[in-house]
Design a protein around this ligand. Structure first.
Ligand SMILES: Cc1cc2nc3c(=O)[nH]c(=O)nc-3n(C[C@H](O)[C@H](O)[C@H](O)COP(=O)(O)O)c2cc1C
Length: 260
Protein backbone atom coordinates (compact mmCIF):
# COMPACT_ATOMS: atom_id res chain seq x y z
CA UNK A 1 0.00 0.00 0.00
CA UNK A 2 1.19 3.53 -0.85
CA UNK A 3 2.20 5.77 2.06
CA UNK A 4 -0.27 8.70 2.13
CA UNK A 5 2.19 10.72 4.19
CA UNK A 6 5.09 10.30 1.78
CA UNK A 7 6.95 13.45 0.71
CA UNK A 8 5.84 13.11 -2.91
CA UNK A 9 2.20 12.84 -1.86
CA UNK A 10 2.49 15.91 0.39
CA UNK A 11 4.02 17.88 -2.48
CA UNK A 12 1.27 16.73 -4.88
CA UNK A 13 -1.52 17.72 -2.46
CA UNK A 14 0.14 21.07 -1.66
CA UNK A 15 0.58 21.81 -5.38
CA UNK A 16 -3.04 20.92 -6.10
CA UNK A 17 -4.28 23.16 -3.26
CA UNK A 18 -2.08 26.05 -4.52
CA UNK A 19 -3.34 25.60 -8.06
CA UNK A 20 -7.00 25.58 -7.07
CA UNK A 21 -6.49 28.64 -4.82
CA UNK A 22 -4.63 30.47 -7.61
CA UNK A 23 -7.42 29.71 -10.11
CA UNK A 24 -10.11 30.92 -7.67
CA UNK A 25 -8.21 34.14 -6.84
CA UNK A 26 -7.34 35.00 -10.45
CA UNK A 27 -10.89 34.23 -11.66
CA UNK A 28 -12.31 36.45 -8.93
CA UNK A 29 -9.83 39.21 -9.80
CA UNK A 30 -10.70 39.10 -13.51
CA UNK A 31 -14.48 38.79 -13.11
CA UNK A 32 -14.68 41.50 -10.44
CA UNK A 33 -12.57 44.02 -12.38
CA UNK A 34 -15.46 45.56 -14.36
CA UNK A 35 -17.48 45.86 -11.13
CA UNK A 36 -14.51 47.51 -9.38
CA UNK A 37 -14.11 49.90 -12.30
CA UNK A 38 -17.83 50.73 -12.14
CA UNK A 39 -17.68 51.33 -8.37
CA UNK A 40 -14.62 53.53 -8.76
CA UNK A 41 -16.37 55.55 -11.43
CA UNK A 42 -19.51 55.91 -9.29
CA UNK A 43 -17.36 57.09 -6.37
CA UNK A 44 -15.64 59.67 -8.59
CA UNK A 45 -19.04 60.93 -9.74
CA UNK A 46 -20.15 61.22 -6.11
CA UNK A 47 -17.03 63.25 -5.39
CA UNK A 48 -17.64 65.58 -8.34
CA UNK A 49 -21.13 66.22 -6.96
CA UNK A 50 -19.75 66.66 -3.45
CA UNK A 51 -17.18 69.26 -4.57
CA UNK A 52 -19.97 71.04 -6.48
CA UNK A 53 -22.14 71.09 -3.34
CA UNK A 54 -24.78 69.03 -5.18
CA UNK A 55 -24.50 65.82 -3.18
CA UNK A 56 -27.13 64.74 -0.68
CA UNK A 57 -26.97 61.55 1.35
CA UNK A 58 -28.96 58.70 -0.21
CA UNK A 59 -29.42 60.44 -3.56
CA UNK A 60 -29.25 58.63 -6.90
CA UNK A 61 -25.71 59.65 -7.87
CA UNK A 62 -25.93 58.49 -11.49
CA UNK A 63 -29.18 60.44 -12.03
CA UNK A 64 -27.76 63.59 -10.40
CA UNK A 65 -24.60 63.26 -12.44
CA UNK A 66 -26.61 63.42 -15.65
CA UNK A 67 -27.06 67.13 -14.93
CA UNK A 68 -23.29 67.59 -15.20
CA UNK A 69 -21.60 68.10 -18.53
CA UNK A 70 -18.25 66.33 -18.91
CA UNK A 71 -15.86 67.82 -21.47
CA UNK A 72 -12.26 67.29 -22.45
CA UNK A 73 -9.66 69.99 -22.87
CA UNK A 74 -6.15 70.34 -24.22
CA UNK A 75 -4.08 71.82 -21.40
CA UNK A 76 -1.65 73.83 -23.52
CA UNK A 77 -4.19 75.73 -25.62
CA UNK A 78 -7.07 75.58 -23.14
CA UNK A 79 -9.35 74.55 -25.99
CA UNK A 80 -12.00 71.87 -25.84
CA UNK A 81 -10.93 68.57 -27.37
CA UNK A 82 -12.98 65.87 -29.01
CA UNK A 83 -12.00 62.64 -27.29
CA UNK A 84 -13.61 59.28 -26.74
CA UNK A 85 -15.79 59.18 -23.61
CA UNK A 86 -13.58 56.39 -22.23
CA UNK A 87 -10.65 58.86 -22.02
CA UNK A 88 -8.98 58.68 -18.60
CA UNK A 89 -6.38 61.43 -17.91
CA UNK A 90 -4.64 59.41 -15.21
CA UNK A 91 -4.18 56.48 -17.59
CA UNK A 92 -3.11 58.88 -20.36
CA UNK A 93 -0.39 60.23 -18.04
CA UNK A 94 1.28 56.80 -18.13
CA UNK A 95 1.39 56.80 -21.93
CA UNK A 96 4.37 58.78 -23.33
CA UNK A 97 2.44 59.48 -26.55
CA UNK A 98 -0.39 61.15 -24.63
CA UNK A 99 1.54 62.89 -21.86
CA UNK A 100 4.66 64.91 -21.20
CA UNK A 101 7.29 64.63 -18.53
CA UNK A 102 7.46 67.70 -16.30
CA UNK A 103 10.72 69.55 -15.75
CA UNK A 104 9.05 71.81 -13.21
CA UNK A 105 7.00 69.38 -11.15
CA UNK A 106 5.93 71.13 -7.93
CA UNK A 107 2.94 68.81 -7.47
CA UNK A 108 5.15 65.70 -7.69
CA UNK A 109 3.09 64.01 -10.42
CA UNK A 110 5.95 63.06 -12.76
CA UNK A 111 4.00 63.18 -16.02
CA UNK A 112 1.07 65.32 -17.08
CA UNK A 113 -1.49 64.15 -19.64
CA UNK A 114 -1.79 66.44 -22.67
CA UNK A 115 -5.56 66.44 -22.21
CA UNK A 116 -7.77 66.66 -19.17
CA UNK A 117 -11.42 66.52 -18.25
CA UNK A 118 -13.63 69.23 -16.82
CA UNK A 119 -17.14 69.08 -15.40
CA UNK A 120 -19.68 71.86 -15.88
CA UNK A 121 -22.84 72.26 -13.81
CA UNK A 122 -25.67 74.51 -15.02
CA UNK A 123 -28.96 75.71 -13.58
CA UNK A 124 -32.39 75.21 -15.17
CA UNK A 125 -31.80 78.29 -17.35
CA UNK A 126 -28.60 76.74 -18.69
CA UNK A 127 -26.34 79.23 -16.91
CA UNK A 128 -23.04 77.94 -15.61
CA UNK A 129 -23.15 77.48 -11.84
CA UNK A 130 -19.99 75.47 -11.12
CA UNK A 131 -16.83 74.34 -12.89
CA UNK A 132 -15.42 71.22 -11.27
CA UNK A 133 -11.82 70.34 -12.03
CA UNK A 134 -9.87 67.17 -11.19
CA UNK A 135 -6.58 67.74 -9.36
CA UNK A 136 -3.86 65.47 -8.03
CA UNK A 137 -0.55 65.91 -6.28
CA UNK A 138 1.89 64.23 -3.92
CA UNK A 139 1.52 64.56 -0.15
CA UNK A 140 3.83 62.80 2.28
CA UNK A 141 3.20 59.17 1.35
CA UNK A 142 0.91 59.19 -1.61
CA UNK A 143 -0.66 60.92 -4.59
CA UNK A 144 -3.86 62.62 -3.48
CA UNK A 145 -6.71 62.74 -6.01
CA UNK A 146 -9.60 65.15 -5.72
CA UNK A 147 -11.87 67.74 -7.29
CA UNK A 148 -12.04 71.49 -6.82
CA UNK A 149 -15.21 73.36 -7.74
CA UNK A 150 -15.20 77.01 -8.73
CA UNK A 151 -17.94 79.63 -8.72
CA UNK A 152 -18.81 81.13 -12.12
CA UNK A 153 -16.24 83.90 -11.44
CA UNK A 154 -13.70 81.07 -12.03
CA UNK A 155 -11.66 82.31 -9.07
CA UNK A 156 -13.64 81.53 -5.93
CA UNK A 157 -13.50 77.98 -4.60
CA UNK A 158 -16.96 76.65 -3.82
CA UNK A 159 -15.94 73.19 -2.65
CA UNK A 160 -13.34 70.44 -2.61
CA UNK A 161 -13.35 66.67 -2.27
CA UNK A 162 -10.65 64.01 -2.14
CA UNK A 163 -11.54 60.54 -3.35
CA UNK A 164 -8.21 58.71 -3.15
CA UNK A 165 -5.03 59.12 -1.10
CA UNK A 166 -2.73 57.18 1.21
CA UNK A 167 -1.96 59.86 3.83
CA UNK A 168 -2.08 58.87 7.51
CA UNK A 169 -5.57 58.82 9.05
CA UNK A 170 -5.82 61.58 11.67
CA UNK A 171 -2.81 63.46 10.20
CA UNK A 172 -2.55 63.98 6.44
CA UNK A 173 -5.78 61.96 6.13
CA UNK A 174 -7.60 64.99 7.56
CA UNK A 175 -7.78 66.30 3.98
CA UNK A 176 -10.99 64.26 3.94
CA UNK A 177 -12.38 65.94 7.05
CA UNK A 178 -15.53 67.92 6.13
CA UNK A 179 -14.74 70.65 8.68
CA UNK A 180 -11.32 71.25 7.10
CA UNK A 181 -12.89 71.16 3.66
CA UNK A 182 -15.48 73.77 4.79
CA UNK A 183 -12.54 76.08 5.28
CA UNK A 184 -12.00 76.14 1.51
CA UNK A 185 -15.45 77.49 0.65
CA UNK A 186 -15.20 81.10 -0.52
CA UNK A 187 -11.38 81.08 -0.66
CA UNK A 188 -9.98 82.72 -3.80
CA UNK A 189 -7.13 81.59 -6.00
CA UNK A 190 -5.93 84.85 -7.57
CA UNK A 191 -5.67 88.39 -6.24
CA UNK A 192 -7.01 91.34 -8.27
CA UNK A 193 -3.61 91.59 -10.00
CA UNK A 194 -4.17 88.06 -11.33
CA UNK A 195 -1.40 86.47 -9.24
CA UNK A 196 -2.05 82.94 -7.99
CA UNK A 197 -1.59 83.65 -4.28
CA UNK A 198 -3.68 80.83 -2.77
CA UNK A 199 -1.91 79.23 0.15
CA UNK A 200 -2.35 76.66 2.88
CA UNK A 201 -1.16 78.10 6.18
CA UNK A 202 0.97 76.36 8.75
CA UNK A 203 -1.64 76.10 11.50
CA UNK A 204 -4.62 78.43 11.57
CA UNK A 205 -4.79 81.50 9.36
CA UNK A 206 -4.18 84.46 11.72
CA UNK A 207 -7.23 86.64 12.42
CA UNK A 208 -7.52 89.83 10.42
CA UNK A 209 -4.66 89.31 7.93
CA UNK A 210 -5.35 91.34 4.76
CA UNK A 211 -4.94 88.36 2.43
CA UNK A 212 -7.17 86.01 4.48
CA UNK A 213 -9.44 85.51 1.43
CA UNK A 214 -6.65 83.55 -0.28
CA UNK A 215 -5.58 81.41 2.69
CA UNK A 216 -6.88 78.27 4.31
CA UNK A 217 -5.97 76.68 7.65
CA UNK A 218 -3.17 74.12 7.66
CA UNK A 219 -3.36 70.58 8.99
CA UNK A 220 -2.03 70.21 12.48
CA UNK A 221 0.86 67.70 12.60
CA UNK A 222 0.65 67.22 8.83
CA UNK A 223 2.46 70.18 7.31
CA UNK A 224 4.03 68.01 4.60
CA UNK A 225 0.61 66.90 3.32
CA UNK A 226 -0.65 70.49 3.57
CA UNK A 227 2.34 71.76 1.57
CA UNK A 228 1.56 69.09 -1.03
CA UNK A 229 -2.03 70.34 -1.24
CA UNK A 230 -0.84 73.93 -1.76
CA UNK A 231 1.63 72.89 -4.47
CA UNK A 232 -1.10 70.81 -6.13
CA UNK A 233 -3.53 73.76 -6.26
CA UNK A 234 -0.90 76.16 -7.57
CA UNK A 235 0.18 73.71 -10.25
CA UNK A 236 -3.28 72.82 -11.56
CA UNK A 237 -4.59 76.38 -11.56
CA UNK A 238 -1.40 77.75 -13.08
CA UNK A 239 -0.20 78.01 -16.68
CA UNK A 240 0.64 74.32 -17.00
CA UNK A 241 -2.72 73.26 -15.63
CA UNK A 242 -6.17 74.78 -16.15
CA UNK A 243 -4.90 78.40 -16.49
CA UNK A 244 -5.31 78.64 -20.29
CA UNK A 245 -8.70 76.88 -20.19
CA UNK A 246 -10.06 79.12 -17.42
CA UNK A 247 -8.92 82.20 -19.32
CA UNK A 248 -10.74 81.06 -22.44
CA UNK A 249 -13.83 80.12 -20.47
CA UNK A 250 -13.84 83.49 -18.71
CA UNK A 251 -13.60 85.32 -22.07
CA UNK A 252 -16.48 83.24 -23.34
CA UNK A 253 -18.62 83.90 -20.25
CA UNK A 254 -17.98 87.61 -20.56
CA UNK A 255 -18.68 87.78 -24.27
CA UNK A 256 -21.40 85.13 -24.61
CA UNK A 257 -19.57 83.64 -27.60
CA UNK A 258 -19.94 79.88 -27.99
CA UNK A 259 -16.75 78.10 -26.99
CA UNK A 260 -16.35 74.89 -28.92
C1 LIG B 1 3.58 57.37 11.58
C2 LIG B 1 3.61 58.80 11.10
C3 LIG B 1 2.71 59.18 10.13
C4 LIG B 1 2.72 60.50 9.65
N1 LIG B 1 1.86 60.85 8.67
C5 LIG B 1 1.89 62.11 8.18
C6 LIG B 1 1.03 62.49 7.13
O1 LIG B 1 0.19 61.75 6.62
N2 LIG B 1 1.17 63.76 6.65
C7 LIG B 1 2.09 64.65 7.16
O2 LIG B 1 2.18 65.78 6.66
N3 LIG B 1 2.86 64.32 8.19
C8 LIG B 1 2.80 63.07 8.72
N4 LIG B 1 3.62 62.73 9.74
C9 LIG B 1 4.42 63.78 10.39
C10 LIG B 1 5.60 64.24 9.55
O3 LIG B 1 6.65 63.35 9.69
C11 LIG B 1 6.02 65.65 9.97
O4 LIG B 1 6.44 65.60 11.30
C12 LIG B 1 4.87 66.62 9.89
O5 LIG B 1 4.38 66.68 8.57
C13 LIG B 1 5.30 68.01 10.29
O6 LIG B 1 4.11 68.77 10.45
P1 LIG B 1 3.92 69.79 11.65
O7 LIG B 1 5.02 70.79 11.49
O8 LIG B 1 2.57 70.37 11.45
O9 LIG B 1 4.02 69.00 12.91
C14 LIG B 1 3.63 61.43 10.21
C15 LIG B 1 4.51 61.02 11.21
C16 LIG B 1 4.51 59.74 11.65
C17 LIG B 1 5.48 59.32 12.72
Amino acid sequence: MKDKNSISNTIKVATAVCLVAAIIVSTAAVTLRPQQEENRNAFRQLNVLQAAGMYERGMDVAAAFERIERRFIEFESGEYADLDSSFDPIRAARDPARSRSLEQDPAGIGRQPLHGEVFLARNEQGELTRVILPVHGYGLWSTMYGFIALEPDLNTISGISFFEHGETPGLGGEIENPSWQDNWVGTRLRNPEGELVFRVDRGRTPEGVPDADYRIDGLSGATITANGVQAMVRFWFGEQGYGPYLRRLSQQLNSDEVLI
